[in-house]
Design a protein around this ligand. Structure first.
Ligand code: ADP
Ligand code: NA
Length: 330
């Protein structure tokens, strides 16, 4: 039997991915290469909704692709591509936008959050229609499943509604994707505010460990991580969210259970945990950093891999768009 197809995207909106991205998404993408027919996309179209610098975007798109490859995405076992290199994404998004209700789009809570931060008048129409482009990303590939965190559930629901609506109006064209809830996904929190998620848009630099941080930098952030005034190293996200976060990162990177770690640190202090965690982080990111550097040093090879990925993606996307256009009457 064919493996279920999965589609997932990540924005190139920072120079480095952070440990939350790695442990919450990228590492699962690597695993899913062997269980799914996986399409992974650096969503640069999504990265221009709130103002950007062209040279920075171009550099971040390459950095994102290099880090994904370095983290273990293998172009032989998945399809890795850059969204803007597959024009069908924008083309399908237009068609879908014409069957999306204005009220329906207005109910997307992420737009409300993000636009209220920018000032609603200044927010772009692209930020408003972002979930429709996201629906196009997914439906173009006839994805059976989409890995989603809590914050993306509403957008996937819209995608499903649009697929069903289009199929009802014009004849069955799109697979209606199911949410794929990844079990055992680590939720990483901000080192400075351990009740909030580690996030490139919300956290301060000191709250984030970047995949590309050198060992001194990540060690400094871990040393300064906010903990509580107690001394005991136990896993209690409610009363000790800072220590729980450090244990979560340790456990996920070292492949040791939380219970094992709590046992091993009985009677030891926060300083011991932080020192050891710094070494664990450094060891885990070192090979990824080395491979990232190697990909960046050979831009021609990186471009070639991405061009091949775009070609593979386009073969699927173009077929879907052709059917869609035909059904619509073009
Ligand atoms: P950010 O919040 O930094 O902007 P994104 O929203 O671009 O990150 O998320 C990219 C991927 O990384 C998503 O799949 C998201 O679920 C995952 N992710 C982001 N932050 C975390 C985190 N702190 N813990 C676990 N997973 C995360
Ligand atoms: Na985000």
């Amino acid at each position: 039997v064919a493996r279920p197809r999965v589609l997932s995207g990540i924005q190139p909106t920072a120079d480095s991915f952070h440990l939350g991205n790695y442990l919450g998404a990228i590492r699962n993408w690597v695993t899913m290469q062997d269980t799914h027919d996986a399409f992974y996309c650096v969503v640069d179209l999504h990265a221009i909704t709130a103002g950007h610098d062209p040279a920075v975007l171009r550099q971040r798109t390459r950095l994102a692709a290099a880090q994904l490859l370095a983290a273990g995405l293998d172009p032989e076992r998945c399809t890795l591509f850059v969204q803007s290199q597959v024009p069908e994404h924008s083309q399908l998004a237009w068609v879908l936008s014409c069957i999306t209700g204005f009220g329906e789009a207005s109910r997307m809570t992420q737009f409300k959050d993000k636009s209220s931060r920018q000032g609603a008048e200044r927010a772009s129409v692209g930020l408003f229609t972002y979930p429709i482009l996201q629906a196009a990303d997914i439906l173009l590939y006839q994805a059976d499943a989409v890995p989603v965190g809590e914050d993306q559930r509403q957008h996937l629901e819209l995608t499903r509604d649009l697929a069903q609506r289009f199929n009802g109006l014009f004849g069955t064209t799109f697979t209606v994707p199911e949410p794929y809830i990844i079990r055992d996904t680590a939720k990483i929190t901000d080192l400075q505010d351990p009740t909030a998620k580690m996030s490139k848009s919300a956290s301060s630099p000191a709250g984030i460990i970047d995949l590309l941080d050198d060992p001194a930098r990540s060690a400094k952030k871990i040393r300064s991580a906010v903990t509580d005034t107690g001394r005991e190293i136990i896993f209690d996200p409610e009363t000790k969210p800072g220590i729980a976060n450090l244990l979560t990162i340790y456990s996920a990177l070292a492949g040791r259970s939380i219970d094992d770690l709590v046992g091993a640190y009985a009677g030891k202090g926060y300083g011991d945990l932080k020192k050891d965690l710094s070494a664990v982080v450094a060891d885990a990111v070192r090979p990824i950093q080395e491979r990232t550097r190697a990909y960046l040093e050979d831009p021609a090879q990186l471009d070639k891999l991405l061009a091949l990925g775009a070609e593979k993606a386009r073969a699927v996307a173009a077929a879907t768009l052709r059917t869609t256009y035909e059904r619509v009457g073009f």
